[in-house]
Design a protein around this ligand. Structure first.
Ligand SMILES: [Zn+2]
Length: 164
């Protein structure tokens, strides 16, 4: 098995922000990195689950809704994946995500949290979701990161280069 591309990123230097994880097959995967991997506590599972419901609801109702393919949490619980069609840049997605987080901070309930609509409807935490959203919003507005550091790419001919 080959090591997949996202595992070649140096996670020890990854700052919260928004990154283009990959562009292929007509899709762009944006890495909405909420916490600093292995240095800050990851988002708690219940808060991340609520964030997923709220972010997916917002993006699928947004001006970009026709281009939204998928919104879902990373297994490491340090961020969210947003997969889009179209030609969105990191700055486009930054502005969309800022609007999304501002909307989340106004919410008083999490959508779709009944046994009929959610696979683990008791695993939700809106207050902690809003706490994480507020911190991430502040970071997107005032301490924004979007460039991977020390990403080493190996080409087919064996040459490597660092993309920073
Ligand atoms: Zn759910």
């Amino acid at each position: 098995m080959e090591v997949i591309q996202s595992f070649t990123i140096d996670h020890t230097n990854l700052m919260p922000g928004i990154y283009v994880s990959r562009r292929d097959k007509g899709f762009t995967t944006f890495d909405l990195r909420i916490t600093q991997p292995n240095k800050e506590p990851a988002v708690a599972p219940a808060a991340m689950h609520s964030l997923e419901h709220l972010m997916a609801t917002w993006f699928r109702n947004s001006e970009a809704k026709d281009d939204v393919v998928y919104v879902g949490p990373m297994g490491c619980l340090t961020g969210m994946y947003l997969i889009m069609t179209g030609t969105y840049t990191v700055q486009d997605v930054r502005q969309l995500t800022i609007k999304c987080l501002q909307w989340i901070l106004e919410q008083t309930q999490v959508p779709a949290t009944t046994p009929e609509t959610c696979g683990n409807c008791l695993l939700h935490d809106l207050p902690m979701c809003k706490w994480e959203s507020a911190r991430y919003l502040d970071r997107l507005q005032h301490d924004f990161h979007s460039e991977y550091t020390q990403l080493v790419v190996t080409l087919d001919d064996g040459k490597t280069f660092a993309d920073a």
